[in-house]
Design a protein around this ligand. Structure first.
Ligand SMILES: [Zn+2]
Length: 273
């Protein structure tokens, strides 16, 4: 079985060169708050690797393939730019990379449909990571309905960011009430959802069309996350995801943290990593 990381973020050189300046110019304040801050020890919360660095870090972690996830940008121009960048990544390394498209949930639905059709033509194969609440939108906007209709007809997975209300606080944390995401899954039974971050530790066992990924778990739960398997999540629902290039372990690079986390997942018997 190939080893897959289902939750990776990557950015174009223009973002990597100056993340703070890029975010200010693009009006992406929420992303900047989450991704360009430093921890109390002065180290950045995440790195900004280029594509070749990602591939080297995957190799070092023994991971065959990464699924590149978009971001819940505040502007549809940022969404489109990320989709184009991911199309180029997938074109260059189809053997190592898959990528999901993103969109703004308050955009006109026809615009979103056109963007997703374009992304599909360029080789993308899913939707996410979405967090409508983070951009002040509802989960059932016309654009969301349109995107989920396409995802269902194309067999595209849809990755949704889910926050644990009982988890630790961090700057930029947004509540994602479980009743809302649960309703989304129940009202779109034909869509294959992935609820990120262990679905915020909510009980997703009764939801047949929902899986979870393990993204950022070392920071959110430590190794206690593995006890969620069989408790709030059926074992067959769990996908390995890291949230690379988030630095997952104190004092370690993003790549070293990824390798440690993948090894931990294997020790706990998670298949597919
Ligand atoms: Zn997330």
């Amino acid at each position: 079985m190939a080893s897959v990381d289902h939750h990776v973020h990557l950015y174009p050189d223009a973002v990597n060169r100056d993340p703070v300046g890029w975010a200010a110019a693009a009006g992406e304040a929420h992303w900047a708050r989450l991704c360009t801050r430093r921890r109390r020890d002065g180290r950045p919360v995440q790195e900004f690797p280029d594509l070749e660095t990602l591939l080297r870090d995957l190799d070092a972690a023994g991971i065959d393939r990464a699924i590149l996830l978009g971001w819940y940008w505040e502007h549809s121009a940022s969404c489109a730019a990320q989709n184009r960048f991911y199309a180029e990544c997938v074109r260059r390394h189809p053997d190592r990379l898959s990528a999901y498209a993103t969109f703004h949930p308050a955009s006109p639905p026809a615009e979103v449909e056109a963007e997703l059709r374009r992304a599909r033509g360029e080789g993308l194969g899913g939707v996410g990571e979405l967090s409508p609440q983070s951009v002040g939108a509802a989960l059932d906007t016309p654009a969301m309905q349109a995107a989920l209709g396409l995802a269902a007809s194309w067999g595209w997975p849809v990755n949704i960011h889910v926050t644990d209300p009982n988890g630790r606080a961090y700057p930029g944390k947004i509540e994602t009430p479980f009743a809302d995401v649960e309703r989304l899954a129940l009202s779109h039974p034909q869509v294959d959802f992935v609820f990120a971050h262990w679905a915020g530790a909510f009980d997703v066992r009764p939801l047949p069309n929902v899986r979870v990924d393990t993204a950022a778990a070392p920071l959110l739960y430590g190794s206690a996350a593995w006890a969620l398997r069989g408790t709030t999540v059926r074992p067959d629902q769990v996908l390995f995801g890291s949230d690379y290039p988030l630095c997952l372990q104190a004092g370690q690079s993003a790549g070293a943290g990824l390798a440690c986390f993948a090894a931990e997942a294997r020790r706990h018997g998670l298949p597919g990593v």
